[in-house]
Design a protein around this ligand. Structure first.
Ligand code: ADP
Ligand code: MG
Length: 386
């Protein structure tokens, strides 16, 4: 009892949540299942039925723009928010009725939530002390985790004496020293500058792997999600847009929303001129483009569609005049090996493309895209993704 520091946890943010019975090293989960998990705030549904099964050792990212329900979903998992509907089971055992401390998940927040008056070491040891872990074992485990997050030299410093990246590493260490079955992270890198964000991104992946963690990671940054996660759950207005591996989503986005998130910056509103086994011919806005209908969508002549193309798949044609999209270059940015160009078509559609040729503003170009790199999505009435 005397080893528990006398602190008021409410003074400096949420304390770590020590599970009373999770013991080293059998705390690995095998399967976490969310079934129809929903959450309302009054009349507003922030999370529509979410079905998701997580496997031990997986790194899953919840990706979506601000307000899409990511934090709501994470807090439902953590037990910080009661569900409005649905169930969560951990290896067959229902956990959505348990309070956060009984779930025993590790949490890492954007604002670190460290105790300012405790050293890095004491912050990390806090949860183990709460659990009355023997002193020798606390020391052994804290040393191990300090080494893993590369903070052995900084262990005596207080949070105020550490850089943002070091504080975030203390927060991660504090969560994982308890060897939780699941680690939940909510935009943990968004308070860091760009260079540190990149460095910490690979640190998080390394720690996940070396410690054999199962991680759910919330972010609005698709690059972060793609580089970190084994699987992504893309959320849009509280609904799942698509679940898949980075390659699935990158190569086969299910809808224009996911496509725009995956870097398909050109989203042209066209109409189907003909659709057959050879592909889909689309027309409109002064253009004629051959594309590929995305899986499971049968298209017919006259259908309204959105054609999605990545800038890196759209280039000026080798023989001028043979391309499909005539445009005037407006903004030309130098990006090392190539130029990123923003242009306008005759009908005023904005197009983004890349080229190794040194274009200047006002140059006329005729752009071309391979038919298998132009994704044709059916368009709902009034649908517009800008
Ligand atoms: P994200 O983390 O993706 O930015 P949130 O889960 O925080 O999104 O929010 C999802 C939606 O729920 C938003 O429309 C937000 O305004 C609303 N919301 C979040 N928290 C509350 C709350 N405590 N009370 C009412 N509405 C909320
Ligand atoms: Mg959020």
């Amino acid at each position: 009892m005397s080893t528990v520091p006398a602190v008021d946890p409410t003074a400096s943010g949420p304390p770590p949540s020590p599970p009373p019975d999770a013991t080293h090293p059998d705390s690995q989960l095998h399967e976490l299942r969310l079934r129809g998990v929903t959450r309302d705030y009054g009349a507003h549904t922030a999370l529509h039925p979410l079905d998701l099964t997580l496997h031990g050792g997986e790194f899953v990212a919840l990706l979506g723009p601000s307000g899409s329900g990511k934090t709501t979903a994470l807090n439902c998992l953590a037990g910080l928010l009661p569900l409005t509907g649905g169930q969560i089971t951990l290896d067959g055992r229902r956990i959505d009725t348990l309070p956060p401390e009984k779930r025993g998940f590790g949490m890492v927040f954007q604002n670190y939530a460290l105790f300012p008056h405790l050293s890095a070491r004491a912050n990390i040891a806090f949860g183990l002390r709460m659990r009355r872990t023997p002193k020798a074992e606390i020391n052994r485990r804290v040393d191990e985790v300090l080494r893993l997050v590369k903070l052995t030299e900084q262990a005596r410093k207080h949070p105020g004496q550490l850089s943002g990246g070091q504080q975030q590493r203390v927060a991660i260490a504090r969560a994982i020293v308890l060897e939780p079955p699941l680690v939940l992270m909510d935009e943990p890198l968004s308070n860091l500058d760009a260079a540190l964000r990149l460095e910490m991104r690979s640190e998080i992946r390394r720690i996940h792997q070396e410690f054999g963690l199962t991680t759910v990671y919330v972010t609005h940054d698709q690059e972060e999600a793609l580089s970190l996660a084994d699987r992504l759950v893309v959320l849009h207005e509280g609904r799942v847009s698509q679940i898949g591996t980075p390659a699935d989503l990158y190569e086969h986005p299910a809808n224009p929303h996911v496509a725009s998130f995956m870097g398909y910056r050109n989203l042209l509103h066209l109409e189907v001129a003909s659709a057959d086994a050879r592909g889909t011919l689309t027309r409109g806005r002064g253009l004629e483009l051959r594309g590929t209908a995305v899986a499971n969508h049968l298209l017919a002549t006259g259908d309204q569609v959105i054609v999605a193309i990545r800038p890196e798949d759209l280039h000026p044609a080798e023989d001028p005049g043979t391309g499909n999209i005539e445009a005037i270059a407006e903004i030309v940015e130098y990006h090392g090996r190539q130029f990123h160009v923003e242009g306008l078509t005759r009908h005023g559609d904005r197009v983004h493309f890349t080229t190794t040729a040194h274009l200047r503003p006002d140059d006329a170009v005729c752009l071309t895209v391979p038919a298998d790199r132009a994704m044709v999505f059916p368009r709902q009435p009034q649908e517009s993704i800008a």
